[in-house]
Ligand binder design. Structure first.
Ligand code: ADP
Length: 426
């Protein structure tokens, strides 16, 4: 059986979130980091492939370009339906990128209609009468109002999207989404006749998303946050199963790399230290002073990996991070830390680490690049939105890895994750 669903995600952690939802609904999923270069294609054994781009805030023309390359790859791999995934807060500006990318994908697929819904009720994102709510407040009253790159000041997605596209934008409102798939399909036909190209779809519950999912069966393109994923796999007969999240058995040593400075990660580092397990602090000021910090970190690892997990962390309290940033500059400090932790990750894998927890979105990107990882098979969920994955290392070995962005996970995440791997996969 080939690929059924081909997904294009506009950022990395969003891609994982989508992949995780698809796995939980019964599909076997591989996440690719960017579009494979020509000639590097290997057949992918999965029901759905999610290609993770970095196209959310780049210029619209670049986002369109990358999305069309992803589309071409997915179509040549046999995808029957395309899912364009964006943020559940509809992060975009009048210049894009949701509108321009949607339109380009519609043109390339030769389709005159698609839906758009960032709804994800499990995460507090609901859409009613075309208006997006974040928790109990309208999008425009949420923190998104002050987002540095994509401030969202209008909660009416029909007008937000309308400003980004030449297609007419309409509404699939809750009176039909709340009824049944038949009613949704009939409304889609009406909208289409009226010349609507993209319909914002209301959804305030998982049941709405399931009905919506059934109604868009066979639609060449759907666009959504990760929520719609709970309603699509059933269209091909997939049902939730343990088998969808199956990974090869884990081996090798265990380590944790933490470059996130968020509150949740700080708690996780404190909890790990409290249990007395081995941990090495990566100090940006020492790195900047020219010390071989990654070398010392790896020397520390040598004797301890056999009794792992061993933690390597730059994570610090906000005041400590601010001090570093004021001395080195925030961007420079970030880059220095990312480079050092990526080098530690490489060294750990050379020393036999085959189970790795990484904390921090940017840190994850740096580690994945350094290790030459191009794809992840998505496995069981550790915490909402955070699955274990299996990746092929360039040498052919399998690395079990989980990439946790800042604020995810409970205090025991750094040890609970390995316990889950033992339980679920071994
Ligand atoms: P999160 O997902 O929590 O935002 P990221 O890895 O995306 O985590 O971002 C954290 C950023 O902070 C990275 O660029 C990282 O290199 C940087 N950083 C980590 N530790 C420190 C530190 N002690 N001082 C200054 N910057 C740091």
């Amino acid at each position: 059986m080939g690929i059924r669903l081909g997904c294009i995600a506009d950022d990395f952690t969003g891609a994982t979130d989508l992949a995780n939802n698809l796995v939980r609904a019964g599909m076997r999923v591989v996440q690719l980091i960017d579009v494979p270069p020509p000639g590097a294609d290997r057949p992918v054994d999965a029901d759905a492939v999610v290609i993770a781009l970095k196209s959310r805030t780049v210029p619209a023309a670049d986002a369109v370009d990358a999305s069309l390359r992803a589309l071409a790859w997915l179509r040549s791999a046999g995808a029957e339906q395309i899912y364009f995934k964006y943020c559940s807060t509809f992060d975009s500006t009048p210049a894009g990128n949701i509108g321009p990318v949607t339109e380009a994908l519609m043109d390339a697929l030769g389709t005159d209609f698609t839906i758009a819904t960032p709804a994800f009720p499990d995460n507090g994102r609901t859409v009613f009468k075309g208006h997006l709510f974040v928790g109990d407040v309208l999008l425009s009253e949420s923190g998104m109002r002050h987002h540095p790159l994509t401030p969202m000041t209008d909660p009416n997605l029909v007008s937000v999207l309308g400003a980004q596209t030449t297609r007419a934008v309409g509404l699939l409102d809750h009176t039909v989404v709340g009824r049944d798939a038949e009613a949704v399909r009939a409304r889609v036909d009406e909208l289409r006749e009226r010349g609507v190209g993209i319909a914002i779809a209301d959804a305030v519950s998982n049941d709405d998303l399931v009905r919506l999912g059934a109604a868009v069966r066979g639609m060449p393109l759907v666009t959504a946050g990760s929520g719609l994923a709970i309603g699509l796999p059933a269209n091909w007969g997939f049902t939730p199963s343990h088998a969808a999240a199956q990974l090869p058995p884990p081996g090798g040593h265990r380590a944790v790399i933490s470059g996130s400075v968020s509150a949740a990660t700080n708690r996780q580092v404190q909890e790990f230290l409290r249990t007395g397990r081995p941990a090495f602090s990566v100090d940006p000021l020492r790195v900047s002073a020219g010390e071989d910090v990654s070398g010392r970190a790896l020397a520390f690892a040598e004797a301890r990996l056999a009794d792992g997990p061993v933690l390597f962390y730059s994570t610090g309290a906000p005041e400590a991070v601010r001090t570093v940033q004021s001395r080195l500059g925030a961007a420079e400090a970030g880059e220095l830390v990312e480079r050092t932790l990526a080098r530690v990750a490489e060294g750990l894998v050379e020393r036999g680490v085959r189970q790795l927890v990484v904390a921090g979105g940017e840190t994850s990107g740096a580690v994945v690049r350094a290790l030459g990882i191009t794809g992840l098979r998505i496995g069981p969920q550790i915490d909402p939105g955070v699955p274990w994955c299996a990746a092929a290392l360039p040498g052919g070995d399998t690395l079990h890895i989980t990439l946790k962005s800042g604020n995810f996970g409970g205090p025991g995440f750094f040890t609970d994750s390995f316990a889950l791997l033992d339980r679920e996969v071994s």
